[in-house]
Ligand binder design. Structure first.
Ligand code: NAI
Ligand code: MG
Length: 333
């Protein structure tokens, strides 16, 4: 079993006298910056005032949340720990333009996802510490759990450690964000990056969305009302996942009917079968060899036309159209 670290294994004083620059005040940036500040850490924000020619709402939010907010290069210059929380596809270009020249000996380069270190969007100099501190959670849940006096679980990794203090710093950050209250695992950059990409592609986001959409399509194409299909294939998903989260698959099975449990054993493996597993293994290979990353970075470099087209198409899919109507119906009731 891997060792899970808790509050008593970490010390926030590793961050004494240090300034952390959060680069990118988006989903993770805002949640992590607020938690760090609540734990007494000196935090500054590196952001851009405008983005694609428009005022940047993240900049405005950082200012209104009371943070010292400045350009990315200014923040990288002033801080000891530079924690990059930009969208992954922009780490490389922004690092080269605004951060690289300030990565002097003694500094710490940090992130919440190893993508750019592994796929070489960022190649840090050998004389800086390189760490990762990552929540295993969406940002909203992370902040909510922290404010409730607890935290979400997290991962940390040390890639370069010329100071000899990289691990203490990573653990100090994890503690200051509440992760060690829930439990933190040490891993490598490779493990976090490959596992994270594989999980989101095949199970959590890609797998789940296609499963729900396909189920919805089969029912509606057979003439069943879309509202019913939405309840069946999307809405109830949360109720089922909540039970598994609380007590595992067997707890869920004990609460659903025997008929549902029998259907799970009898039909489930015919839907997600050995051929699915072969395709999942291929997806893992494409992650590990960098094939997936190369394609995504190329898409992003070209302005992400396919991403935008797919986003638009999903918005027009009946599961989203009906879902929106149904959720509105239930709001404030
Ligand atoms: P995000 O999509 O919320 O963006 C962060 C901020 O970056 C934006 O608010 C924007 O002001 C700025 N930005 C966007 N494009 C830019 C550009 N071209 N140049 C300069 N600034 C730009 O990012 P998110 O989802 O918070 O992800 C940040 C990091 O955290 C990523 O490395 C991600 O893999 C990691 N992560 C994210 C999780 C999540 O729940 N979203 C969970 C765990 C890790
Ligand atoms: Mg993930």
């Amino acid at each position: 079993m891997v060792k899970i670290l808790h509050d008593s294994d970490a010390d926030i004083s590793a961050l004494n006298g240090k300034t952390i620059a959060i680069i990118g005040y988006g989903n993770q940036g805002s949640a992590q910056a607020l938690c760090l500040r609540d734990s007494g850490i000196n935090v500054i924000i590196g952001e851009t005032e405008t983005l694609n020619g428009n005022p940047n709402r993240s900049w405005e939010k950082a200012v209104s949340d009371g943070f010292k907010t400045m350009s990315i290069s200014e923040a990288a210059k002033s801080a000891d720990i530079i924690h990059i929380l930009l969208p992954d596809e922009f780490h490389g270009p922004v690092y080269k333009k605004e951060i690289r020249k300030y990565m002097k000996p003694g500094k710490v380069l940090s992130c919440s996802h190893g993508f750019n270190i592994i796929f070489k969007g960022i190649v840090p100099p050998a004389d800086v510490d390189v760490i990762m501190v990552a929540p295993k959670s969406p940002a909203t849940e992370e902040r909510k759990a922290f404010l409730a006096g607890f935290g979400v679980p997290g991962l940390f990794a040390v890639r370069q450690n010329p100071s000899g203090k990289a691990k203490e710093i990573a653990l100090g950050m994890a503690k200051a964000m509440g992760f060690t209250r829930a439990g933190v695992l040490e891993c490598t950059f490779e493990q976090e990056t490959y596992e994270d990409l594989f999980g989101e592609q095949t199970v959590l986001c890609g797998g789940l969305v296609e499963l729900m959409k396909t189920g919805f399509e089969v029912l509606t194409e057979a003439g069943y009302p879309p509202e019913m299909a939405y309840f069946e294939c999307v809405h109830e998903m949360k109720l089922i996942v909540d039970l598994i989260y609380e007590g595992g698959i067997q707890k869920m099975n004990a609460i659903i009917s025997n008929t549902a449990e029998w259907g799970e054993y009898e039909i489930g493996p015919k839907i997600i079968n050995a051929a699915t597993k072969v395709r999942m293994k291929k997806a893992l290979k494409d992650v590990e060899t960098g094939k997936f990353a190369r394609k995504w970075l190329k898409e992003s470099k070209n302005g992400a036309p396919n991403l935008h087209a797919k986003r638009k198409a999903l918005g027009e899919h009946p599961v989203e159209v009906v879902g929106k109507q149904i959720r509105e119906m239930f709001e404030h009731k």
